[in-house]
Design a protein around this ligand. Sequence first.
Ligand code: GRF
Length: 211
Amino acid sequence: MEPIRLGVLVSGSGTNLQALIDAIADGKLAATIQMVLSNKPAVPALDRAKKANIPFLTIQTESYPNREEYDKALAQELMNCQVELVVLAGFMRIVTPAFLRHFPNRVLNLHPALLPDRPEKDEVTLPDGTVSPVFRGLNVVSQALRHGVKWTGTTIHLVTPELDRGPVLARREIPVLPGDTPETLHARIKEAEHEMLPLAVSEWAVKLKRG
Ligand code: GRF
């Protein structure tokens, strides 16, 4: 099977981008990263792209009159690079249908909390049998901590116009430890993401290629 052509969207540290770069280099993921796009200039994720000789570009929102025009420009850039599958790897913006229509079932997101299989649900059952609200939107690691749950986790899902309600591809539960801060908890969540992401991309790529 031909390697899948990826586009990766970032806004920050890019450790998940790095996990993809490393998995490709190690032969664990049959893919090429055609382009890394950021909405913010000079973020560490772009240094990672540069170091790996991957084309990268910053497209700042200020240059566009509205969200739709911005999203169209993002999609156009990715289409120009023949991208088949888009990974939102810490891209801190909501993408609109103006973007999604160009990549149906072809946009994956990493969400650093547990999302349910049934997207309409607003609760998940945790490994200890307790029930937690579903944390959607921004700052979900802090939301989980504030809520005092004993478990949280991370979810890889397909992006649909309904925020954080697309079909789940992979999920892992992570225990919240005594003394956890948003930073320590998020660091453990990211460790899991780095393992999960290349696998999820690989599996979804196979499904897409087989139609
Ligand atoms: C990840 O934890 C992801 O779940 C969230 O943003 C974080 C990105 O981290 N959407 P990084 O930029 O890949 O290090």
